[in-house]
Design a protein around this ligand. Structure first.
Ligand SMILES: Nc1ncnc2c1ncn2[C@@H]1O[C@H](COP(=O)(O)OP(=O)(O)OP(=O)(O)O)[C@@H](O)[C@H]1O
Ligand SMILES: [Mg+2]
Length: 453
């Protein structure tokens, strides 16, 4: 029988909750404050602690650090802000008072289920040597840790947030999570939020009813529903407009979707994996991303390190890509000479693995001997000149340059010779995203310039 501790100072609520939980076969202990719960119980023995946020003496969030058990925080509707703060402090979830009976029962059983799968995975994991993930090369400690976490989260239904610079392998990680999960027999649905026009994205994702808007000539099923019983991968989640964010929040909270123009909702079973190269926290601070949604998707965060921080992995990845490229282009098997290897290891690769792939493909096409020299890679270690891919600005190591700085400089330096499509392509972002960033950084497109694209 699962053991639950209820920490609540109002005796009426506390005993009502106790009765409800007991009816659902939980063994319930009670406390009226954080202090009392610390004095009376060994907190680690509980499967879940449910605590009110506002308690006499100390807030319920103080329990989080005192126990290994997941802590569910109860709070009033008027203080959703503090609910969000509680999640920042490590609460597994929050529930707003007053709540429906089934709401708390469902939340509770979800927490227990997820904890159980995690625990089951934890033990064999720590004993076995780390297995690489199919298709992903790397053996540096950060990548080994990433592989370990991928295997672990793949077994759960938790939402995963994948963070990483452009070209680091976010899509590859999403696919690995899906392929290692028990949803692998269904197809993963992959959506790039930056690629769909803003006015269409809600109906693309959630579907629409006939006549919901001009042009909606028939009822349409959305991509979320298509991902039922499978995984939905939302790439570039930072580009999702606010209205669509509200619908997504509903999906995460209630497992329900509602088509645009419909009054009826439908239950779905979708595992969400999202990715972004942007700093979502900053987007929240700037008002572009809903804070409540941020905490709902930031349940399991996976950070993919940039290539330049992976030590010797760079050469390992480069060799593997070289082999693959030679096979694909049906050339003889080529090697890098020493100067090429040196340049590859030294360069900062702002476009990460994708940029490396492009550089290698170009070199393979141009190669006339069995050896690939530095010159064929067109890596410019010294200059700001853009060869085929954006290079770091001289005298300022790329590590110290934030992506935002990099973006601004790149645009300012190249907008006179490149059109918007070319700029966006070089930066590895959509034109829409380029436009948005121009607005954000106050570098509007020059209107007197003729644009070809
Ligand atoms: N660790 C790795 N080993 C081998 N290949 C990799 C690795 N990581 C990424 N790649 C390859 O690099 C390319 C870019 O990966 P992917 O598309 O997953 O990156 P991304 O982060 O989604 O990029 P973007 O931000 O441009 O969307 C792909 O061809 C992928 O197969
Ligand atoms: Mg991608």
């Amino acid at each position: 029988m699962n053991q639950v501790l209820v920490v609540e100072d109002e005796a009426v609520i506390r005993s009502a909750l106790k009765r409800l939980l007991e009816r659902h076969k939980y063994q319930v202990s009670e406390a009226g404050s954080v202090k009392e719960s610390l004095e009376k119980y060994d907190l680690d023995k509980f499967d879940v602690v449910i605590s009110d946020l506002r308690l006499p003496g100390a807030p319920g969030t103080d329990i989080i650090k005192a126990t290994k058990a997941p802590v569910l925080i109860m709070t009033s509707y008027s203080s959703i802000r503090s609910a969000i703060d509680s999640m920042k402090m490590g609460a597994v979830d929050y529930i707003a008072k007053p709540f429906e009976h089934n709401e708390i029962i469902e939340t509770l059983s979800k927490i227990i289920r997820e904890r159980a799968t995690l625990d089951k995975k934890e033990k064999p994991d720590s004993e076995e040597p780390q297995q690489p993930i199919h298709g992903m090369i790397g053996s540096c400690p950060q990548m080994m840790e990433l592989f370990r976490r991928i295997r672990k989260v793949a077994q759960t239904n938790s939402t995963v947030l994948i963070n990483g610079e452009s070209g680091t392998g976010k899509e590859l990680v999403a696919r690995a999570i899906h392929n290692l999960s028990d949803r692998k027999d269904q197809e993963m649905i992959s959506v790039n939020c930056a690629a769909i026009p803003e006015n269409l994205i809600e109906s693309e994702l959630f579907g629409h009813e006939k006549d919901a808007f001009t042009g909606a000539t028939a009822t349409r099923t959305g991509l979320v529903e298509a991902a039922n019983r499978s995984t939905l991968f939302l790439d570039e989640i930072g580009e999702l407009p606010l209205e669509a964010q509200a619908r997504l929040l509903r999906l995460l909270q209630e497992n329900e979707i509602r088509k645009v123009g419909s009054v009826q909702s439908k239950k779905v079973d979708v595992r969400l994996v999202v990715a972004t190269h942007r700093d979502l926290k900053q987007l929240v601070a700037d008002g572009y991303f809903r804070e409540d949604l941020y905490y709902r998707i930031n349940v399991m965060a996976l950070l993919i390190p940039p290539l330049r921080e992976r030590g010797n992995d760079i050469l390992e990845v480069a060799d593997a890509i070289l082999q693959k490229t030679c096979l694909r282009l049906k050339t003889s098997m080529l090697n890098f000479n020493d100067s090429a290897s040196h340049a590859i290891a030294k360069y900062a690769w702002p476009g990460n693995v994708r940029e490396l792939e492009n550089a290698i493909e170009r070199a393979v096409v141009l190669a006339e001997k069995n050896n690939i020299g530095e010159e064929l890679l067109a890596i410019d270690l010294e200059s700001t000149k853009i060869a085929e891919s954006p290079a770091p600005i001289p005298n300022e190591p790329a590590e110290e340059l934030s992506l935002e700085d990099y973006f601004q400089r790149f645009v300012l330096e190249h907008q006179d010779v490149m059109n918007e499509t070319q700029l966006a392509k070089k930066l590895g972002i959509s034109r829409k995203c380029l436009w948005e960033r121009r607005q954000r950084f106050g570098i509007p497109r020059k209107s007197n310039k003729k644009q070809i694209a």
